[in-house]
Write a protein that binds this ligand. Structure first.
Ligand code: NAP
Length: 310
């Protein structure tokens, strides 16, 4: 029996683990992929207070090592169901907890074009920091207009010969400071008001077709494309214990409590107005602190009841 089972080893989940372990709770972290969540894809983080610059991978590794030193138990298993009684079922095992923190983050949004999955690893990537080095001195495209796309374009411009930054609108959603940098980088070409409509090639990606907002089509030769069009939550499996909004994010009364007592939510997977590293770790610490407080209260009440019976 674990005091707290944390689903997800991204910044929110690992921060919850850090707080819970420091409070001497028995903690299990379940993670389907690798630790770090989406932040490992960030080439450079420049807006985390107190750290001027750090790569997402380094940040995630430091946080992972910090909780590892506290003796965290992480199991790399995919959760398929959480019961109201805090039983957590993975593809491999069943675990019992007194409370559960859902910190499942989100997954890369796909363009959902015909041969997108075929070209993954053959020219299509969702992670510039992971795969950028394959495109040294080559021609690449980045699709998206948020912070991830802007950061990716800056990062790739130092490796690739040329970077097309393709965005479906005129204005970027990402921070102005990134855009100011991009304007000064000679090998980044902006392709605005355009969407990708097809991936072309036989064995590997050779070109992409774009459609402009005024319906004109053009083909661009690229060796690779980095798709950075945001994230989507995958919370349908938790529907029996939490409510979701229309986009699939978990609803909470106060940013932490879900509709089920003892099941909490933290990080990008919950409905919120700002999804950043700072808010993910804030969520993680708050969810753990509240879970710890409520666990302690319920233990106290149980002891009181037992004494009363005697
Ligand atoms: P995002 O902010 O949601 O941006 C997604 C971008 O992709 C938007 O520009 C959007 O266009 C575009 N898009 C969405 N669906 C599309 C489609 N089907 N076809 C073409 N374009 C599409 O996602 P993100 O950049 O991954 O960032 C996610 C969150 O993480 C944000 O809150 C971001 O600030 C945060 N983040 C923070 C850092 C950091 O703090 N250093 C780094 C990376 C990300 P529209 O603008 O037209 O909607």
């Amino acid at each position: 029996m674990f005091d707290i089972i944390i689903v997800g080893a991204g910044p929110a989940g690992l921060t919850s683990a850090l707080y819970a372990l420091r409070a001497n709770k028995k903690v299990l972290v379940l993670e389907a992929k690798g630790y770090g969540g989406q932040i490992v894809n960030a080439s450079q983080i420049e807006n985390y207070p107190g750290i001027e610059k750090i790569s997402g991978y380094e940040f995630a590794t430091r946080l992972y090592q910090q909780v590892q030193k506290l003796g965290v138990e992480i199991k790399y298993e995919t959760v398929i169901r959480v019961e109201e009684d805090k039983t957590v079922i993975t593809k491999e095992n069943t675990y019992h907890g007194k409370s559960v923190i859902l910190a499942t983050g989100s997954e890369n949004r796909k363009l959902n074009l015909a041969n997108e999955s075929f070209f993954v690893g053959k020219g299509i990537s969702y992670c510039a920091t992971c795969d950028g080095h394959f495109y040294k001195d080559k021609i690449v495209a980045v699709n998206g207009g948020g912070n991830t796309a802007l950061e990716d374009a800056i990062y790739l411009s130092s490796l690739a010969k040329k970077v097309y930054l393709i965005h479906r609108r005129e204005e970027f959603r990402g921070e102005a400071s990134y855009f100011e940098k991009i304007k000064k980088i000679k090998n980044i070409e902006l392709v605005l008001n355009s969407v990708v409509t097809s991936f072309n090639g036989s064995e590997k990606l050779e070109s992409i077709t774009l459609k402009t907002n005024n319906q004109q089509e053009k083909e661009i030769k690229v060796d690779g494309i980095f798709i950075a069009i945001g994230q989507e939550p995958k919370n349908e499996i938790f529907c029996n214990v939490v409510d979701l909004n229309e986009k699939g994010y978990i609803l909470s009364k106060d940013g932490v409590h879900t509709k089920t007592y003892g099941i909490y939510v933290a990080g990008d997977t919950r409905e919120k107005s700002l999804r950043q590293l700072t808010t993910a770790v804030a969520d993680g610490s708050l969810a753990a602190s509240i879970a710890i407080k409520e666990l302690n209260e319920s233990e106290k009440n149980k002891k009181k009841e037992a004494n009363f019976k005697i």
